[in-house]
Design a protein around this ligand. Structure first.
Ligand SMILES: *[C@@H]1O[C@H](CO)[C@@H](O)[C@H](O)[C@H]1NC(C)=O
Ligand SMILES: *[C@@H]1O[C@H](CO)[C@@H](O)[C@H](O)[C@H]1NC(C)=O
Ligand SMILES: *[C@@H]1O[C@H](CO)[C@@H](O)[C@H](O)[C@H]1NC(C)=O
Ligand SMILES: *[C@@H]1O[C@H](CO)[C@@H](O)[C@H](O)[C@H]1NC(C)=O
Ligand SMILES: *[C@@H]1O[C@H](CO)[C@@H](O)[C@H](O)[C@H]1NC(C)=O
Ligand SMILES: *[C@@H]1O[C@H](CO)[C@@H](O)[C@H](O)[C@H]1NC(C)=O
Ligand SMILES: *[C@@H]1O[C@H](CO)[C@@H](O)[C@H](O)[C@H]1NC(C)=O
Ligand SMILES: *[C@@H]1O[C@H](CO)[C@@H](O)[C@H](O)[C@H]1NC(C)=O
Ligand SMILES: *[C@@H]1O[C@H](CO)[C@@H](O)[C@H](O)[C@H]1NC(C)=O
Length: 346
């Protein structure tokens, strides 16, 4: 009897220690867009997930690069991975979702541990929910009560680059090396980001801070969507749905265009007459000029879209250089003064 109880206590204690630290380091004093990798515990839909996390459906679809027309009743299987965009706020060295999502306790929710397991895919801990909501007892909750569910996130740059932090749940049998390969980072980066984690002690279902390289953008710090960060293979509607931005690994530069379909959207923004957001001048060198999206404001309830002239590196630059090299080489074949690598470094 006592042995069973001791064992039980041990099991509960272990479960608590292995999950008590689901918050990420965040030393910048910032807010930004961050991601959590959600695995629903039951069959659900995109619409239900958007409601649960209080994100708009188009942003949820864009984070997963699903077509914008995907219906809200589109099924999501139990255990499937859905990337959920959240607004992250850093405070006192810790990043948490910024006072969202708010969850209303329902009949059948037997405590905070049950709520995080049943509804939030174990992305946070009952200890953290209790702490941020000022609840002394994790089992003393009432139907109808509103709870802030603090999700782990960060806005810190990694290796001097803007980064989208992903709260990633470790699959059984996975390793730090495998996770680093999957998400295009290094084991050392994951280890240091996660409090010098010992890779031999990695546990299934542990939540790791995994950095994804963000597309660089020209969004001004006065814009309402400052801190908008996208990782490879995702898109987002912004500026109240008037602008759509996407990120691809081909350039790692935020590519935006003004969709402006609705009546609340301003007329298409330009950098100079007839040079719209997303337009690029063709130049012969390795750089091009583009009219970049610089964010938006919403004064007197009217959305204004901001622009800025930006210089970008052409993706076809090496191709052009190679052609030039080839032509030069034909011309001065006998002189043979320049190697290909020397030429590229010009
Ligand atoms: C962080 O931001 C808050 C609110 O904007 C400000 O009051 C505080 O001084 C900032 N702290 C640091 C260390 O920059
Ligand atoms: C941040 O940390 C300081 C010192 O540790 C503490 O006094 C303050 O209450 C904390 N602020 C919040 C919002 O937790
Ligand atoms: C949550 O509580 C319900 C009872 O209300 C129970 O059926 C369910 O198994 C619990 N789930 C978890 C993961 O604790
Ligand atoms: C969450 O963790 C509980 C154990 O604490 C487990 O029973 C449940 O299956 C987990 N749920 C998800 C969605 O991972
Ligand atoms: C905003 O950016 C400008 C220059 O781009 C900089 O001078 C200013 O300090 C920034 N403001 C804040 C609050 O970061
Ligand atoms: C970008 O995303 C696509 C699709 O998810 C993937 O196939 C590709 O490997 C990614 N590229 C990088 C560099 O992460
Ligand atoms: C702009 O402001 C109005 C009124 O405050 C608000 O209803 C609307 O949602 C805002 N739009 C955006 C895109 O922030
Ligand atoms: C972009 O540059 C042009 C000159 O090439 C200038 O007339 C225009 O005002 C600039 N636009 C912005 C938004 O800075
Ligand atoms: C410039 O951008 C506008 C609006 O997105 C688009 O309709 C037009 O085709 C673009 N022009 C060029 C030359 O790319």
């Amino acid at each position: 009897m006592t042995r069973t109880m001791a064992l039980l206590l041990l099991v509960v204690g272990l479960a608590a220690t292995s999950t008590a630290t689901a918050t990420f380091t965040c030393n910048s004093n910032a807010t930004c867009r961050s991601l959590v990798g959600f695995h629903p515990s039951t069959l659900t839909t995109y619409g239900a997930i958007a409601d649960l996390f209080q994100v708009d459906l188009p942003s949820l679809l864009g984070a997963n690069d699903h077509p914008a027309g995907t219906p809200s009743v589109g099924a999501v299987q139990s255990g499937a991975l859905v990337l959920v965009p959240i607004r992250c706020r850093c405070l006192n060295g810790t990043g948490r979702s910024d006072r969202t999502p708010l969850y209303t306790v329902q009949a059948g929710d037997v405590g905070l541990l049950n709520i995080t397991a049943v509804w939030f895919g174990n992305l946070t801990t009952y200890q953290d929910i209790a702490a941020v909501n000022g609840l002394p007892n994790a089992n003393n909750i009432e139907v109808g009560q509103s709870l802030w569910i603090p999700l782990p996130c960060s806005c810190d740059e990694v290796g001097g680059e803007e980064t989208v932090h992903l709260a990633h749940m470790v699959d059984p049998g996975s390793s730090v090396d495998a996770i680093a390969t999957e998400f295009g980072t290094t084991p050392e980066t994951i280890i240091s980001l996660n409090g010098n984690l010992d890779p031999t002690q990695l546990q299934a279902y542990q939540i790791l801070d995994v950095p994804l390289r963000a597309c660089s953008s020209s969004i001004s710090n006065t814009s309402l969507d400052y801190g908008l960060r996208l990782a490879n293979h995702s898109y987002v509607p912004t500026a109240g749905g008037c602008v759509a931005c996407s990120c691809s690994a081909a350039t790692y530069r935020l590519e935006c265009s003004q969709s402006g379909v609705s009546s609340v959207c301003p007329s298409p923004a330009t950098c100079r007459p007839n040079f719209f957001i997303g337009n690029t001048t063709s130049t012969s060198g390795c750089t091009a000029n583009t009219c970049a999206y610089a964010g938006y404001t919403n004064s007197s309830a009217a959305v204004s879209v901001l622009t800025t002239n930006a210089t970008v590196t052409r993706t076809d630059c090496n191709g052009i250089k190679y052609l030039l090299y080839y032509l030069l080489h034909l011309q001065f074949l006998s002189k043979n003064t320049l190697s290909l690598s020397q030429f590229y470094s010009l």
